[in-house]
Design a protein around this ligand. Structure first.
Ligand SMILES: NC(=O)c1ccc[n+]([C@@H]2O[C@H](COP(=O)([O-])OP(=O)(O)OC[C@H]3O[C@@H](n4cnc5c(N)ncnc54)[C@H](OP(=O)(O)O)[C@@H]3O)[C@@H](O)[C@H]2O)c1
Length: 312
């Protein structure tokens, strides 16, 4: 079992007043990781790989062993883990578990920073931020936008929201996990974006699986279809950029393609699917949404008009 190395400069403690001299250095920074499930273990491994003295704690202690073999210090208790570092990263199942772990340690956490990378709701995140502020604890809420194998790769985003100063202070340390994206001071925003982005992912997965089943029915392999789909998604992202401007302006000119034209086009998708015995629930849902806009007299508008169908 290794011991925690001393910080090379300053305490790094959050005092709520501004950054200290070692804020932007890349010196080793002590970090404690609470929760060593699939994700927590990947986070701890990334800190270790970057040379940050890492203390680990998990409810089931055996999960710490592979990390201790790689140089982590093992904390037998949450209190020990909190005492070891000014930066505490938490990644457990849910927010009730986070509070159960941190609640009894509130006095010891004062002046330190908690980075909560556990998935939860915006309301839970805001409540946690309020609790932390009430105890003089720096708080960042995070949304990890990748899976454990993606940790340590700056191609992937980790969303942060909450206190500005700890984020500025620890940004270089947190950057070893993935590209840190600052969503601002409302601690609920990381969870809100996370939920929305997962919804987007499931919609894309659904559309991709439907299309893969459709093309696969005529012998196209998933790999061949996906090569083309990958390029198409970039074009779709380009469409979204233009439609986002329309949504923010509240005007939906159908200058590129109208909803009427897309109602006709989705008919071909439904026909092709029915002819091949492919489940058509997803495209029918899209058709239903498009028809609601057409029925309201907006068939000549762009697809962005459908935002109104979601804002009931
Ligand atoms: N895996 C992913 O791809 C991914 C991606 C983004 C975000 N996340 C989020 O990361 C968090 C952890 O996910 P995971 O994939 O690491 O899950 P996991 O492998 O199931 O690990 C869950 C962790 O939570 C701990 N835990 C559960 N209940 C606890 C409690 N009451 N008290 C203390 N510890 C408790 C477990 O401890 P034991 O080992 O003792 O059971 C374990 O360390 C979740 O919020 C998840 O949504 C995961």
């Amino acid at each position: 079992m290794s011991s925690v190395l001393p910080l090379s400069a300053g305490s790094g403690r959050w005092n709520g007043e501004g950054m200290n001299a070692n804020t932007h250095t890349h010196t080793p920074t002590a970090v404690s990781v609470l929760g060593l499930g699939q994700m927590g273990a990947a986070l701890a491994a990334a800190f270790l790989a970057a040379g940050h003295p890492t203390t680990v704690w998990n409810r089931t202690p055996a999960k710490a062993e592979p990390l201790v073999d790689r140089g982590a210090a093992h904390a037998a208790t949450v209190a020990e883990a909190v005492a070891a570092s000014d930066l505490i990263v938490v990644c457990v199942l849910d927010y009730p578990a986070v509070r159960a772990l941190l609640g009894p340690e509130a006095p010891a956490l004062r002046g330190r920073t908690v980075v909560n990378l556990t998935t939860g709701s915006p309301e839970q995140a805001r409540a946690e931020a309020e609790w932390a502020a009430g105890h003089g604890i720096g708080y960042l809420d995070g949304g990890i936008m990748t899976t454990p194998p993606g940790i340590g790769d700056s191609a992937h985003m980790i969303l942060y929201a909450g206190d500005a100063e700890p984020l500025a202070r620890y940004r270089p340390v947190l950057a070893v996990l993935g590209d840190p994206v600052d969503l601002g001071r409302d601690a609920g925003l990381a969870s809100l974006y996370d939920a929305g982005l997962l919804g987007l992912m499931w919609s894309v997965f659904g559309g991709w699986l439907h299309a893969t089943a459709l093309t696969g029915a005529d012998g196209v392999t998933a790999r061949d279809f996906t090569r083309v789909a990958d390029r198409w998604l970039r074009t779709v992202a380009w469409f979204m950029g233009g439609y986002a401007e329309q949504i923010d302006q509240g005007e939906y000119p159908g200058a590129d393609a109208t909803i009427d034209v897309q109602v006709a086009a989705i008919g071909h998708l439904l026909h092709a699917g029915d002819a091949r015995g492919v489940d058509g629930r997803l495209p029918r849902l899209h058709l239903e949404l498009m028809r609601s806009a057409v029925d309201a007299g907006h068939g000549g508008d762009s697809y962005a008009r459908l935002i109104e169908a979601f804002r009931k």
